[in-house]
Design a protein around this ligand. Sequence first.
Ligand code: NOJ
Length: 534
Amino acid sequence: MLDTDAWWRDAVIYQVYPRSFADSDGDGMGDLPGITGRLQHLQELGIDAVWLSPFYPSPQHDAGYDVADYRGVDPRFGELGDADKLIAEAHGRGIKVIVDLVPNHTSSEHAWFQAALAAGPGSPERERYIFRSSGEEPPNSWKSVFGGSAWERLPDGDWYLHLFDVSQPDLNWDNPEVRAEFLDVLRFWLDRGVDGFRVDVAHGLVKEANLTDWTTTSTILGGLDPAGPPPPMWDQEGVHEIYRSWRRVLDEYPGGRILVAEAWVAPASRLARYVRPDEMHQAFNFPYLDAPWRPAELRAVIDETLEANDAVGATTTWVLSNHDVVRHASRLGFPVGTPRMPGIGAEDPQPDAALGLRRARAATLLMLGLPGSAYLYQGEELGLPEHTTMPDEFREDPAWERSGHAERGRDGCRVPLPWEADAPSYGFGPTDASWLPQPATWAEYALDRQQGVPGSTWELYRTALSLRREHGLGHGSVVWQEDAFAFRNGDVLVLTNFGSEAVKLPPGARLLVSSEPLDGDGRVPTDVTVWATL
Ligand code: NOJ
């Protein structure tokens, strides 16, 4: 039966990127005690849950999305006891904890892959991955998402598949041992008290049996072409059975534990199949993130995704930023309709920072006015922009090298957070060490410059989250109004002005919050969102 009161249906979930959130020991890399030490701020912000990107033992060739041990904590981030403490403290503050699960591939340093290398061709150890022997040429034309071939040849002649970096071999989900292992990993973390899992590359686990050729390169978050033939490595029917088996495990635990799909699948009706009642609970709404800052497209994607999720009884999610895309405060500073870019370097066209922030604040207020569940990415509550001028020598994203430097990659959105304007590393840690350089201009974004400052982005987020709760917006619905980009959600009118002229609020409207001040005549200026009651 549909549990319409379940906590996650309207939850605001804040993504913590452990490398860059807070560093407790001064080595320049964020860690779990650092996160625990800052939970108070997240409670003040008013979020419902955190999602932690991977903190497991890993050689960090893909910032932890290359997991060497699914049941541990990388010494860079602390130890298992620190994870337990974080979970307990978060729960004590009323914050749920979602961890990242990476089931499509392991690290090449995982014990299983090391055993596969040692055991040689034809061994059961190699059956846990996708090995083929095809002579001099790779088994097919598949490309890695990060660039180059998706196949790597070993000295013994076997090739293995890696849809991502060469250090991320794809697992063979036809092997029952792989399935059993992940059920056990789920239980391991559920027993430790986590409230759910964000499932990495959820549409990739099962590959078409005959590995048909496919030359199209997939991109991070790039949806599949709904009109084209189905790619043989993505969104295969077999994935659903896996999630049904996971769901059964989660349902054995109390408190509403959830699965969240990271799946680059289109159209929305196809993605909604991942959140049918006996599968996952939520799926990221990447078409929303990708929609241009134009009313017609935004309205279309809102309608389409609400309809597709309603049809399966699922909640719709909303997201504007994460650790894989240019931060929305920078993205929206480019001319409307500029395609999403794979990173920005100093020689690339630069965004208009003021316009980007203005639109980002309006975009966030619009998003938080929608019913369903919203995802925030650490730092957006400070109005943080992308680091768009990072010197290339600091880049760590494998996409930078694998694309032959065609893609700047994702480091620009992963820069350690500024907490205190006048402290070393802006308070990220006790020293001035920071694994990626922080721009010299970041003092102005620091939390301590924004707390209690009316109109700051931090206070805007706090106000919006508290009003969202008070007015039950997460549980509401969208009723479009005529004449403007505006909808009613319960007793709240959400209006965004995309036009070039200021617009009037309807007679009798009482302002709750606005992303920028209204003009002298009480009208809503361009690129501003307001919430009002009528
Ligand atoms: C999606 C993750 O969000 C991204 O950061 C990672 O590189 C790929 N999956 C591969 O795990």
